[in-house]
Ligand binder design. Structure first.
Ligand code: OAD
Length: 246
């Protein structure tokens, strides 16, 4: 495991404070799932406007579905990595002091065992009818794209220009304002409003820690940077903050 270290403040706040974790696509990179930006990213050579907007779906549902079916297939084949497992262990240890806010739609946090989770950008595993609004979980990769009502079903993810799921941002922002520590892992922090959550926490007194091998849009505005992969850094952090680790 890569050697990573954390400040005493981070460890102390994890041990006794309220913890908010914000994750992005980078935490699933070590499970073999592509991130969005950068080399080999999902948006490389692709136009998000053609694949991740309600207009694109109205114009060309087949192309949009092809993109999401491929992502559902890859996510189904992937397994949670050590970073996901560390966050599940942290929830288990902290209970109500813990909240995970994710921009990820792949379901790997849930499969690792996290339940106290706010999905800001929806889920690849929920399908919603564009006519009657009926929404349910559907893990079947060959699921029909037609609803019982005859309407067309779409992936239950948030597309560009759409509002976040009702109440999700409010719950996340409220938890950020009450947190003693905000851990941000695996996100480029350029998509708002998710990217604004660490700042909300920091202004209200939380210690903010960014776990990311690369610098990001918010790197200059966090209290602590951990330049490491989440699959190494998150287990190390959980280990260091567990009782009796000193
Ligand atoms: P991005 O692709 O923008 O950023 C991924 C981040 O993960 C980058 O900063 C990488 O440096 C970092 N990273 C890569 N490997 C890592 C690792 N092993 N450990 C830790 N970090 C690593 O993905 P997001 O920030 O999640 O929105 O993107 C935000 C939103 O933009 C997505 O939810 C999606 C996208 O458009 C919608 O679809 C609405």
């Amino acid at each position: 495991m890569e050697r990573v270290s954390f400040s005493g403040t981070a460890i102390e706040r994890l041990r006794s404070g309220r913890v908010l974790v914000l994750t992005g696509a980078g935490v699933s990179a070590e499970s073999g799932l592509a991130t969005f930006r950068g080399e080999g990213g999902l948006w490389e050579g692709r136009d998000p406007v053609e694949l991740a907007t309600p207009e694109a779906f109205r114009r060309d549902p087949k192309t949009v579905w092809r993109f999401y079916t491929e992502r559902r297939e890859k996510a189904a084949q992937a397994s949670p990595n050590a970073g996901h497992r560390a966050l599940a262990a942290l929830e288990e240890a902290l209970g109500e002091r813990f909240l995970l806010v994710t921009q990820n739609v792949d379901g790997l946090h849930e499969r690792a065992g996290n339940r106290r989770i706010v999905r800001l950008h929806g889920s690849l595993w929920r399908l919603r009818c564009t006519r009657c609004g009926d929404e349910d979980e559907d893990l079947d990769l060959t699921a029909s794209h037609r609803c019982r009502c005859g309407g067309r079903r779409r992936p239950g993810v948030v597309w560009f220009g759409e509002p976040l799921p009702e109440g999700a941002y409010e719950q996340a922002a409220e938890a950020a304002a009450r947190a003693d520590i905000v851990l941000v892992a695996g996100t480029s922090s350029i998509v708002y409003p998710a990217a604004g959550l660490p700042e909300i926490g920091r202004e209200a007194g939380a210690w903010t820690v960014e776990i990311n091998p690369e610098r990001t849009a918010i790197s200059d505005r966090v209290d602590e940077r951990v330049p490491a992969a989440s699959g190494s850094a998150l287990p190390a952090l959980v280990e260091a903050s567990s009782p009796g680790a000193d």
